[in-house]
Design a protein around this ligand. Structure first.
Ligand SMILES: *Cc1c(COP(=O)(O)O)cnc(C)c1O
Length: 227
């Protein structure tokens, strides 16, 4: 069995090689370690190796892990799962950034929740874009993007940094490339610098297509026992 350290080192060198192939630098790509399903001890172990950015899919799951991670200075939790408007308040309390804003209504709820927490609280957010017709995928329709970007930019406490997407699952990394290219074009059209795209099976293709943020679970922590 490989250790977390070995998997982390292999991952870093694969990220670096993909970045170099695309004429980019390793530092231009943020690695978000996706710890859903894994216990708080996995977050602590990855933190000790130097990881600072973590992705979680559910507000309640992070809330359960927070008491065991409070002492980790500089740790950042990114919400990468769908968020319902009625959980906006709890989401802004638990997370440092939210990648899955997909409606103007949710953006306004987050803005209000930040105002209620403290007068000068702000938060970086991304818009999740739905690029495939699969019914189960959340995210905003690309046609609605200009209006949604405008709505988020009018929320004084939200700082819109980029777009996030999740292509349909495939064992073939190249199958994701057209989706990553599309997200890059949409971000450029909206003047947004960041692209959150690429998971364990397709992050190298995502980096070649301009990802500034890859979300990796399995390649770091091993297979999840999803319930
Ligand atoms: C689970 C998840 C990931 C990580 O997936 P792996 O294939 O385990 O790397 C990335 N992004 C989102 C939105 C996820 O839900």
């Amino acid at each position: 069995m490989e250790s977390l350290r070995e998997r982390y080192e292999q991952l870093l060198s694969r990220i670096e090689r993909a970045a170099l192939r695309a004429g980019r630098k390793r530092e231009d790509v943020t690695l978000i370690a996706v710890t859903k399903v894994f216990p708080a001890s996995a977050i602590r172990a990855a933190y000790e190796l130097g990881l600072r950015d973590f992705g979680e899919n559910y507000v309640r799951e992070l809330e359960r892990k927070l008491p065991e991670t409070r002492d980790l200075a500089g740790v950042r939790f990114h919400l990468i799962g769908h968020l319902q408007s009625n959980k906006a308040r709890r989401a802004v309390e638990a997370f440092s950034a939210i990648q899955t804003v997909d409606s103007a209504r949710l953006a306004r709820r987050l803005d209000e929740a930040l105002a209620a927490l403290s007068p000068d609280r702000t938060m970086q957010v991304m818009l999740e874009v739905k690029l495939s017709p699969e019914e189960t995928k959340s995210g905003a329709d690309p046609d609605e993007l200009p209006a949604l970007v405008e709505a988020v930019r009018s929320c004084p406490r939200l700082s819109l940094t980029g777009l996030m997407t999740m292509p349909p699952f495939s064992d073939e990394p190249e199958a994701s490339r057209p989706y990553f290219q599309k997200l890059r074009e949409l971000a450029a059209a909206c003047n947004l610098p960041h692209l959150s795209m690429g998971m364990s099976q397709d992050f190298e293709v995502a980096i070649e297509e301009g990802a500034t943020c890859v979300r990796i679970g399995t390649a770091l922590f091993g297979a999840r026992k999803e319930t």
